[in-house]
Design a protein around this ligand. Sequence first.
Ligand code: MLT
Length: 246
Amino acid sequence: MKLFVYHTPERVPPQVTADCAIAIDVLRATSTIATALDAGAEGVQAFSDLEILIATSEAWDPARRIRVGERGGKTVEGFDMGNSPLDCTPERVKQSRLFMSTTNGTRALECIRSAPIVLTAAFINRDAVVQYLVKHQPETVWLVGSGWEGSYSLEDTGCAGAVIEGVLEQSGISLDALAGNDEAVSSVTLYRNFQDDLVSLFKHASHGKRLLGLGLYEDLEYCAQLDFLDVLPVQREQGVLVKSIL
Ligand code: MLT
């Protein structure tokens, strides 16, 4: 097994050659996806384009459809929900499909969706991802950060490092044997630096500061809970994530 880290979707090679590709958008899309599926949502369907999202979701029973739209950290006008994981209570999402478009996270998912196995990771479901990797040992794994509009995000690369650290601990494989690129090594260093205080990592991050400016400190606290949920989001068909029974 070789783990490659790409800081942003733009860094991902044009030909998807990974056996398993993992999208990471800790603040907040992949934290929200994990929370919604854990709370009983039927699935989460990701779109980069808002109009295609609306057109596709029209065909769905309105009682079982939640349109999630976020741009710049704020809820898109006319959508049912923004991108806060705290809104994904069982009362609100159970048995519903979330049709989701966010600034960066859904773009990251789109660029890896042709991989044979697509997962999503956040700090809150890190261990579920680690256990999948240790059990199945896919030969080539890509960990893809969503970044922010093309630039690097501290929290996504930190989460990639947390996944690699977990695999190191549970598999006994050495870092040199596991790391597929230099980014993989540096992501572990970044994670180790902040592992005891992930909220402080968020406070250093540009998007963490943006969310704090919007008064969303509770979202940061929630997303910083390492291994909080035992849920593994997996792509069942292109763009549609469900709770894994793998
Ligand atoms: C994104 O896709 O950029 C994020 O999830 C933004 C957010 O809602 O905080």
